[in-house]
Ligand binder design. Structure first.
Ligand code: ATP
Ligand code: MG
Length: 554
C-alpha cells in the first residue's frame, strides 16, 4: 500500500506510541460502553452506581487525552512526511540534468507538489480516525465475545459478509475515482490554456467559443462522473446501514434462540451492537479515503521515482575548474535531441556536429545561423547543460564530465533567449551595490526599477526591459564567461547599439570571454571570430576585427 510505504519512516519512528495510544483510545471507548452496561444492570445498588460513575468519567478522560494525542500526532506525521517528500523532490530536480528534465512533464510535477501533496496531508488524519475506529470496533467486538460467544460468531459472520460485498463494489469506486481524476486534470489543462492564452482568446471569437464549449463539455462529463460516483457511494452507504440493521436484528432475534442467555445480556449485546454503528461507519468511509490517499501517494512516489532515475552523482564541493583558463574547446562534439513526446513516429531527431571550436580567454565569439539551425543547442552543449553523445568539451586540458559539470557551469553567466528573470538576485554571492546602481543607470532602468535589498522593486516590465534587468543580474554575477542567446533581439536600435558598442566592449575590457548568438550583421565587427550554423553543422566564417568602424546609435 503506497500510503504506508510513504509514511513508513514517520510512523515507524513512533510505532509503539501510536499503537499504545490507539489501544488506549479504543479500549477507553469500549470501557465507556462496558460501564454504561454495567451501571444499567446494577441500577438499585447505590455503591455500585457511584463506582460506575467514577469509571465512566475516567474512561472518558482517558479517551479525550489519547484521542487528541493520536489526531495531533497523525497530522504532524503526515505533514512532516509530505514536507520531507517535497524537499526530496526539490533536491532531485536541482540535481537533474536539463536534457532529462525536458523529457518529463513539468505539469505533472507541478500538480504533484501542489495538489496531490495537499490532498494527501488532508486525508491522512481522517484515515487515522478510521484506523482508530477500527481499533474501537475490535475492542467492542471482544466485549461482545466476552458477553456471549454465539453473539460474537454471528456478529463476525454478518460483518464479514458485509465487508465482502463492500470490497466487491469498491473496485468500481476506485475506477470511477481514477476517471474523475483524469477528467479533472484535463479540465485544469483547459483552464490553463484559456488563461495563458487569454490575449489570443480575446482576439478571436471562434477560438473563444471553441475553447468555451470544450471546457463546458469537459466540465459536464466531470459532473456526470461525479454524480455517478456519488450514486455508487450512496448505494454503498445504504447497503452498509442495512447490513448494520441486519446485524442488530440478528443480535435481538437470533442470538436468544441459539444461546441460553438472559434478557439482561440480550440488552447489553444490543447496546454494544448499537454502539458499533459510529465506528463501523467511520471504518467504511475510510475505504474511499484510503483509495484517495493511495492515489495521491502513488502520484508522488511516481514523480519521485522518475526523478530518482535521473539523479546525477552528488558532486558537493568538487570544484576542479577555475576562473583562470586559457582556452575553451569543443572537440568533435556530437549531440542528438531525443525525439519529443508529441512527435509523429518516424520523425527523426535533430543532430548536431561533429563540432570543433576553440575560444581563448578574453575573446568575443559570435554565432550566427537560421532558425532551427542548432545555435541554442550548441550553447547548451558549450555550457554543459547538455552532455555530448560523442567528443568532448574541455577547459584547458580538463574534460567536462557529468561529475564535474557543475564546477564548469559555475564559470558562466548566461542569458538564454527564453530566459527566466528571477525577482531576487539569486546566485549573486556578494552584490557590488555601486556597480548595481551604475548598471541600472547605464541600461536606463533606474527610473523604473530599484534594487531593494537583493530584490528588484518590480518585474512587471516590457520584454526588452526584462532582458535589460537580466543583463544587469548576469553582469553582477561576475563570472569569467558570458553567454548571450540573441539578447539584443527584443531591444530597440538604441539599446542594440548600446549592447554591442558599450556593454560588450566593457565586458571584454574586464577580461571576460563572450559567446553570443546574434543576427545583427551591423555589429559583426565587435567579434574576434564568427561561426555559422547550418542544420547542426558549424563553419568558421571570419576572423572578425574588433576595431571596425563605429556608427551612431539608431
Ligand atoms: N528539447 C528539445 N527536444 C527535441 N528537439 C529539440 C529540443 N530543442 C530543440 N530541438 C530541435 O533542435 C533543432 C535546433 O533547435 P535550436 O533551438 O538549437 O535552434 P536555434 O538555431 O537556436 O533556432 P532559433 O534561431 O529559432 O533560436 C530544432 O529543429 C528543434 O526542433
Ligand atoms: Mg535559439
Amino acid at each position: 500500500m503506497q500510503v504506508l510505504q510513504l509514511f513508513h519512516a514517520e510512523l515507524s519512528r513512533q510505532r509503539w506510541k501510536f499503537m499504545i495510544m490507539g489501544a488506549l483510545s479504543g479500549s477507553s471507548n469500549a470501557a465507556v460502553l462496558a460501564v454504561i452496561n454495567h451501571a444499567a444492570a446494577s441500577l438499585d445498588e447505590k455503591g455500585e452506581m457511584m463506582r460506575s460513575l467514577i469509571m465512566f468519567v475516567a474512561a472518558i478522560a482517558l479517551y479525550v487525552v489519547s484521542q487528541k494525542w493520536l489526531l495531533t500526532m497523525a497530522t504532524r506525521a503526515s505533514e512532516v512526511t509530505v514536507h520531507k517528500l517535497r524537499e526530496r523532490i526539490v533536491e532531485r530536480i536541482r540535481r537533474a540534468e536539463l536534457q532529462d528534465m525536458e523529457r518529463l512533464s513539468s505539469a505533472e510535477i507541478y500538480a504533484t507538489v501542489s495538489r496531490e501533496a495537499k490532498a494527501l496531508a488532508e486525508t491522512v488524519p481522517l484515515l487515522m480516525v478510521s484506523g482508530q475506529a477500527l481499533i474501537m470496533t475490535v475492542f467492542v467486538v471482544f466485549y461482545i465475545a466476552w458477553l456471549s460467544m454465539t453473539a460474537f460468531f454471528l456478529l463476525i459472520g454478518t460483518v464479514v459478509a458485509g465487508a465482502l460485498i463492500h470490497l466487491a463494489r469498491s473496485k468500481e469506486v476506485a475506477r470511477q475515482f481514477a476517471e474523475t481524476d483524469r477528467l479533472e486534470g484535463e479540465l485544469v489543462d483547459g483552464f490553463r490554456d484559456m488563461l495563458d492564452g487569454f490575449k489570443e482568446v480575446k482576439m478571436n471569437s471562434t477560438r473563444s467559443a471553441e475553447l468555451g464549449s470544450m471546457l463546458s463539455r469537459l466540465s459536464n462529463r466531470l459532473t456526470d462522473r461525479k454524480v455517478e460516483t456519488a450514486g455508487l457511494f450512496a448505494g454503498n452507504l445504504v447497503a452498509s446501514q442495512v447490513a448494520f440493521f441486519i446485524m442488530i436484528g440478528v443480535m435481538v432475534f437470533v442470538v436468544p434462540k441459539m444461546a441460553d442467555i438472559g434478557i439482561d445480556k440480550v440488552g447489553m449485546i444490543t447496546t454494544a451492537a448499537l454502539f458499533l454503528m459510529g465506528p463501523i461507519s467511520n471504518v467504511v468511509s475510510g475505504v474511499p479515503l484510503l483509495t484517495r490517499a493511495n492515489a495521491s501517494a502513488n502520484a508522488m512516489l511516481k514523480v519521485e521515482a522518475e526523478l530518482r532515475e535521473l539523479e546525477q552523482p552528488e558532486t558537493g564541493s568538487y570544484d576542479p575548474f577555475s576562473d583562470d583558463f586559457d582556452v575553451l574547446r569543443l572537440r568533435d562534439v556530437t549531440f542528438s535531441h531525443a525525439s519529443g513526446r508529441g512527435d509523429a513516429p518516424g520523425e527523426h531527431a535533430f543532430h548536431v556536429g561533429p563540432v570543433n571550436l576553440e575560444i581563448r580567454k578574453g575573446e568575443v565569439l559570435f554565432i550566427t545561423g537560421g532558425n532551427g539551425s542548432g545555435k541554442s543547442t550548441l550553447l547548451k552543449l558549450m555550457t554543459a547543460l547538455y552532455h555530448p553523445d560523442g567528443g568532448a568539451v574541455m577547459l584547458d586540458e580538463r574534460r567536462v564530465t557529468p561529475e564535474n559539470a557543475q564546477s564548469y557551469r559555475d564559470r558562466f553567466c548566461v542569458i538564454f533567449s527564453d530566459n527566466h528573470l528571477f525577482r531576487e538576485l539569486y546566485g549573486v554571492e556578494t552584490v557590488d551595490w555601486d556597480e548595481a546602481v551604475e548598471l541600472l543607470h547605464l541600461l536606463e532602468m533606474d527610473h523604473k526599477v530599484r534594487l531593494v535589498d537583493r530584490r528588484f522593486s518590480t518585474v512587471s516590465l516590457s520584454g526588452g526591459q526584462r532582458k535589460r534587468l537580466a543583463l544587469i543580474a548576469a553582469m553582477l554575477e561576475k563570472r569569467p564567461i558570458c553567454v548571450f542567446d540573441e539578447w539584443a533581439a527584443d531591444q530597440d536600435p538604441y539599446f542594440r547599439w548600446k549592447f554591442y558598442r558599450e556593454i560588450l566592449p566593457r565586458l571584454r575590457d574586464q577580461g571576460k570571454t563572450i559567446i553570443a548568438v546574434t543576427h545583427d550583421d551591423k555589429y559583426f565587427d565587435v567579434a574576434d571570430h564568427r561561426v555559422h550554423m547550418e542544420e547542426g553543422q558549424l563553419s568558421r566564417v571570419s576572423e572578425g576585427s574588433a576595431t571596425g568602424h563605429h556608427e551612431d546609435p539608431a
